[in-house]
Design a protein around this ligand. Structure first.
Ligand code: UD1
Length: 362
């Protein structure tokens, strides 16, 4: 039996881990211990994902909560080390690019536990993003790397990470979307509460530090969305960090024209993506979910790691955060379609990951 320790802590990691945990169970030769760092802790940022995606309860919760980058990352490292020493895994599995990912990768690699990184090789080439630093450092601590795309694999090669330890398996987010293909999420009440008509509203999310940490930039993006809302309604499930900042913003436009709701779980979000006309977001996962539902997407950043979506014409970035620019890119993208393609693999990335972990000699 191979013993894997999975470390998760933030919303998108719960979603990705759900299908990989399932693939481990289906094989029967991998025993998984799940460690939740506690980076996300609100019911609608954490518990809802475990419940609706059927993820086993974490075996350990490190309860680190929110803090500045150094303190949060340091706390995770300090609390994770004794747990890993106690479990003694064959491999530590981490996802994506959060502080939980980096902390686990550093602790595990220093204890000489091999690290496997799902979503390796993504690069924005913008080192001001905390996520970019987390990704680069995690990739360089990892023994087994799972880039989701050709481009991600090429990014790793450009940094000297090559060979059998790099396995391009596809994107686990596609597996999750496929697993819920036939489910019809109940979003009627959300739409009815705001008199929204299916197919005739914009779904937006904003939470990245690069957008929220600068109040002028955030106000400008919201002004752009308010201009869009004069043409077509805008619905925003608001991340708690964004909510606390927008309450202090001096925005030129009335935010009353934008419908803001609490964060929603994976299934409701899937239902909203299926129902909307366009997605406007700074989330990485949502850019791909828009594509899986073949909806146009505007990335509320000047660059994206998911460059293939831009090349295929499904995604446009916003060159600068000026309200005019945000509004123009969104309004001109409405009703557009890109080219069909399958850049994210065969929808079986999770079983390829499980197979690679089972077969590799660490
Ligand atoms: C983190 C990731 C980001 C990822 C996102 C997914 C890092 C550096 N960033 O950003 O890459 O896209 O998760 O959502 O790891 N808060 C709550 N309740 C919660 C969680 C957070 O109120 O359950 C608030 C706190 O005020 C906290 C702030 O949100 O200070 C930021 O949370 P944090 O986990 O530090 O980063 P995210 O913005 O969620």
């Amino acid at each position: 039996m191979i013993r894997v320790c999975t470390v998760v802590g933030a919303r998108p990691q719960f979603v990705k881990a759900s299908v990989v945990s399932r693939a481990f169970k289906d094989r029967g030769d991998i025993h998984e211990t799940i460690i939740h760092t506690g980076q996300h802790y609100d019911a609608n940022m954490s518990t809802v994902f475990f419940t609706e995606l059927g993820i086993p309860n974490p075996d350990h919760n490190l309860g680190v909560g929110s803090a500045r980058h150094g303190a949060q990352t340091g706390r995770i490292m300090e609390r994770l080390e004794p747990v890993l020493l106690n479990v003694g895994p064959d491999c530590v599995l981490v996802y994506g690019d959060t502080n939980s990912t980096l902390a686990a990768a550093v602790v595990a690699s220093k204890l000489h536990f091999p690290v496997a990184h799902v979503e390796a090789g993504l690069r924005s080439f913008n080192r001001r993003m905390p996520e970019e630093l987390n990704r680069i450092l995690t990739d360089h601590c990892s023994t087994l790397l799972f880039p989701p795309t050709e481009r991600a694999k090429a990014n790793l090669a450009a940094e000297g990470i090559v060979g059998d330890r790099v396995r391009q398996v596809g994107d686990v987010m596609l597996d999750v979307a496929k697993a819920h293909e036939t489910i019809i999420p109940e979003v009627e009440s959300i739409l009815a509460n705001h008199r929204l008509v299916s197919g005739a509203f914009i779904l937006a999310t904003i939470h990245r530090a690069e957008n929220t940490d600068d109040p002028t930039r955030l106000a400008s993006i919201f002004d752009g969305l308010a201009r869009v809302a004069r043409v077509i309604p805008v619905l925003i499930p608001v991340h708690p960090r964004t909510r606390s900042i927008i309450s202090t913003l001096s925005s030129e436009s009335s935010l009353e024209s934008i419908f803001m709701i609490e964060p929603v779980g994976y299934l409701s979000m899937l239902g909203l993506v299926r129902s909307c006309a366009l997605v406007a977001t700074d989330s990485g996962g949502l850019q791909k979910e828009a594509f899986f539902c073949r909806k146009p997407c505007v990335t509320l950043r000047s660059e994206t790691e998911w460059v293939e979506l831009v090349e295929l014409g499904w995604n446009r970035t916003v060159p600068n955060p000026a309200a005019d620019c945000v509004a123009e890119v969104i309004l001109t993208s409405l009703g557009t379609k890109g080219t069909d393609a399958a850049p994210y693999g065969d929808g079986r990335a999770s079983s390829h990951i499980a197979a690679a972990i089972a077969e590799i000699e660490f």
